[in-house]
Ligand binder design. Structure first.
Ligand SMILES: [Zn+2]
Length: 174
């Protein structure tokens, strides 16, 4: 009888956990450490729009500053510039897979650098005239989060250098 009571107690305990797990999976929040694949409607990447207040709530202070206010982290301070593990770098705000570790190279700049994105339509480029320089800004095509800039002094095969803030990325190991 005593044994049966323990079994029942354990069963009761496990139930709320299962409910919680199911609801988390349905919501598929971008805060999870997983890849959230692109979805298309009428051949176009489905975008994510949130209010400024919502982004502020869901991002760390540094990521909000970089991704929503187009800030730049100081060189050699981010957590991913020297990462050499195999995996995928996803958008820190929406989980879109942006860069593969195979396309990462050591640029010596102190920011994670890649010669190409996972797919051409996963990033969007905008001309950026700030700081008295003409640069090409790169943002996540799904959520509009600022990532960094792209320059044409990168290595083969593309000759491009996507200079990206660690604060805009999350690393998902293979
Ligand atoms: Zn995004």
């Amino acid at each position: 009888m005593k044994y049966l009571c323990i079994v029942l107690a354990l069963a009761a305990c496990s139930e709320p956990d299962q409910t919680q797990a199911t609801s988390t999976a349905v919501v598929a929040e971008a805060t999870s450490d997983s890849i959230v694949p692109a979805q298309y409607a009428n051949g176009k990447l489905v975008r994510i729009t949130k209010s400024d207040a919502e982004w502020k709530r869901s991002l760390s202070e540094m990521s909000y500053y970089v991704m929503r206010q187009e800030g730049t982290e100081r060189a050699f301070t981010g957590k991913l510039w020297s990462n050499k593990a195999r995996g995928t770098y996803v958008c820190n705000a929406c989980g879109l897979p942006l860069f593969a570790s195979a396309a990462k190279f050591d640029s010596g700049t102190g920011w994670p650098s890649y010669y190409q994105p996972v797919a051409a339509d996963y990033v969007r480029e905008n001309r950026d005239n700030s700081l008295g320089m003409l640069r090409v800004e790169v943002e996540c095509a799904r959520c509009g989060g600022h990532l960094g800039h792209v320059f044409d002094d990168g290595p083969a095969p593309t000759g491009l250098r996507y200079c990206i803030n660690s604060a805009s990325l999350r690393f998902v190991k293979d």
